[in-house]
Design a protein around this ligand. Structure first.
Ligand code: COA
Length: 375
């Protein structure tokens, strides 16, 4: 029996405290017009003293679980993607495991910077599809504000705090997570990093004085890299799913910069309206940005049953990746009529896709161009 990994629950958490561009203009030499026009960001959320990556992750996880028909004890695996963990060790995932009472779950963190959520969803989906687990909780959570140099206008305007979580469950119903591409290029390690606090540069008075415990970034180079990989990763994941770009209903990109998202849309020749964007209200929340954007799109009813989604991101490492997902709501969440409508929509989409591939194959035979697509 084929097993599929479906997203059956989702939840997000963001601190209440809002830091606007005007607030930042009182802290560094910047202004609302510059930040908005160069990044698309208007405000971001900042963790209060009692909040941390784990507390945000726990809140998002509990909300995600509430939206499913399973409870914490049914979770087999918890993966937290984060670049701002609670500690170097133990993992933030273990803290979440304890706080939510997931007594049967294995738990670990993934460090793939802002691409981490895509990597983590793919890892969980693979474990479900191979049959080694039934239910997984995947969380992207960050408190980047704790690692921001609030005197550096190049970086402090960009980042925000938050968390988003997916519950993934095994099902024999086709759909869910379909394909994923994960890429990296460590030669870009210095373009975006948090240099101190690890084994190379343990904390010392010197590292603190030099502000090496805060984010260091070459913005222009990261911008260039991001505009290059967003479109290519999307194309690769879409092609692996045997979709065409036209088949994609929504692209949910990492929310780093509006100009990067616009460049990706241009590169893919896709209308910007197909991109889920909430960057202006949260800034760049790293691993949390894709699940937070997905949660908001689901809650506003934009993502519908049968939609074809692409999640695509990039970040420090350098890392980048894209994942395709056929959004199929769990049976219990939809009415009988909606289920029938969904079955018809999914069937028609598959027929359309088959006809397109068949046409390409026939054209290939007639014109002698090669097509390796399996029909
Ligand atoms: N307010 C006002 N001026 C600022 C500023 C700010 N917050 N930050 C930088 N500037 C200034 C620069 O000092 C520079 O001044 P100069 O021309 O006198 O030297 C000028 O604005 C232009 O700087 P530049 O770096 O060329 O701006 P940019 O258009 O490349 O935008 C970023 C800067 C950071 C917004 C952009 O490079 C970016 O988004 N890069 C990707 C970053 C990213 O996404 N990181 C996370 C990846 S997960």
């Amino acid at each position: 029996m084929n097993r599929f990994a479906h997203v059956t629950g989702w939840g997000m958490a963001a601190p209440d405290r809002v830091l606007t561009n005007d607030d930042l203009a009182k802290m560094v030499d910047t202004n609302d017009e510059w930040i908005l026009s160069r990044t698309g960001i208007s405000e971001r959320r900042i963790a209060e003293p009692g909040e941390s990556t784990a507390t945000l992750a726990v809140d998002a996880a509990l909300r995600a679980l509430e939206s499913t028909d399973i409870n914490a004890k049914d979770i087999d695996l918890i993966i937290v993607a984060t670049s701002t963990p609670e500690y170097i060790f133990p993992s933030t995932a273990c803290i979440v495991q304890d706080k939510i009472g997931a007594s049967r779950a294995g738990a670990f963190d993934i460090s793939a910077a802002c691409t981490g959520f895509i990597y983590a969803v793919n890892m969980a989906a693979q474990a479900i599809r191979t049959g080694s687990i039934e239910n997984a909780l995947v969380i992207g959570a960050e408190t980047l504000s704790r690692f921001t140099n609030w005197e550096d206008r190049d970086t402090c305007v960009l980042f925000g705090d938050g968390a988003g979580a997916f519950v993934l469950q095994s099902s024999d119903q086709p759909g869910g997570v379909l394909t994923c591409v994960m890429r990296s290029d460590g030669s870009g390690e210095s373009l975006l990093s948090l240099p101190a606090g690890g084994s190379k540069l343990p904390a010392s008075h010197e590292t603190v004085d030099k502000k090496q415990h805060t984010i260091q970034m070459n913005g222009r180079e990261v911008f260039r890299f991001a505009t290059r990989v967003m479109a290519s990763a999307t194309r690769e994941a879409v092609s692996l799913a045997s979709w065409e770009l036209d088949d994609v209903t929504w692209v949910i990109p990492h929310q780093a910069n509006m100009r990067i998202i616009e460049a990706a849309a241009r590169g893919l020749r896709m209308p910007i309206e197909k991109f889920v964007i909430n960057l202006s209200r949260y800034g760049n929340t790293s691993t949390a940005s894709i699940p937070i954007a997905t949660c908001e799109a689901l809650e506003s009813g934009r993502i519908q049953d049968g939609d074809h989604l692409v999640l695509v991101g990039f970040g420090a490492g350098l890392t980048w990746g894209a994942l395709t997902l056929e959004w199929v709501l769990p049976e219990r969440k939809i009415s009988r009529a909606a289920r029938r409508r969904r079955a018809i929509l999914v069937f028609l989409a598959r027929v359309r896709s088959f006809v397109r591939r068949l046409r390409r194959k026939i054209e290939g035979l007639i014109w002698g161009t090669s097509s390796n697509d399996p029909i």
